[in-house]
Design a protein. Structure first.
Length: 258
């Protein structure tokens, strides 16, 4: 069981942040996050990447350049988050030494930071962005295999609140994202199962209940890559026991459930 001592983010405490899609501007330097669960989460990511690579990594050929650009951007950002870089040799905040020279870019990304990364690109003549690549170690009740190559509206088909109107709003936001101005939001999920790796087929029953003991929240960021123009959707997952919520978080959860 991998838990945070405290949630590192909880914008839903503010009632104004609960309305969908609830997106806010984000300082470029704050895009990546190293939380108190870094070491444990990275050990689990390494296990999944070694044992289930085809389940947690996928890339269409049209995303190759974007994935390479994403890795270069993440590498440039790492020294500001406690990493030491010497060429392709990297020392991580948990003491791991990695040589990423022989690793595919998605695999390297999955071993460096807690974020999962999804690459979305808008084909010429298309009305929507399409998921073209991802490293997804901590899915929250979905599978990469069912979403790869799908446009945004189809990806969110099981989400009742993601209707045509919401889809149009999100697509306009994707079209307007500027490389220098990332965006972010955070969701709030209640689970009865503390596993971080929770893949499930579309419309399958979930281990979610309002009385679930585990509070799972995803810090979801959107960043446009300046060279390829692809949009990166990053997902940093944090999870605590319900009893470990701060008082203001517990009050906000009660309001949401009411």
């Amino acid at each position: 069981m991998i838990l945070n001592a405290r949630l590192p983010f909880a914008p839903w405490v503010d009632p104004a942040r609960r309305r969908l899609p609830g997106v806010m501007p984000l300082a470029r330097a704050d895009w990546l996050l190293i939380s108190d669960a870094y070491a444990a989460q990275m050990a689990e990511r390494a296990r999944l990447l070694a044992e289930r690579p085809s389940d947690v990594m996928a890339c269409l050929t049209q995303a190759d350049d974007a994935v390479a650009e994403l890795l270069s951007i993440v590498l440039a950002d790492l020294p500001g988050h406690g990493f030491t870089l010497d060429g392709t040799h990297i020392t991580c905040p948990d003491g791991r030494d990695l040589d990423i020279s022989a690793l595919p870019p998605l695999h390297a990304l999955g071993l460096l930071v807690q974020e999962d990364f999804c690459i979305l690109q808008k084909p010429q003549g298309s009305a929507e962005h399409v998921l073209t690549g991802a490293v997804l170690c901590f899915p929250s009740s979905w599978t990469l295999a069912e979403k790869l190559g799908r446009p945004l509206l189809r990806i969110h088909a099981p989400v009742a609140s993601y209707d045509d109107q919401m889809g149009a709003r999100v697509q306009r936001m994707f079209d307007a994202i500027r490389p220098e101005q990332p965006l972010w939001r955070a969701n709030l999920l209640r689970y009865t199962n503390a596993a971080l790796y929770q893949p499930r087929p579309e419309f399958a029953p979930k281990d979610k209940r309002d009385d679930g003991d585990f509070i799972r929240s995803e810090r979801q960021c959107l960043l446009r890559l300046p060279r390829t123009g692809a949009v990166v959707f990053s997902i940093h997952t944090a999870q605590v026991r319900r009893c470990d919520l701060r008082p203001e978080e517990a009050r906000a959860l009660a309001e949401i459930l009411a």
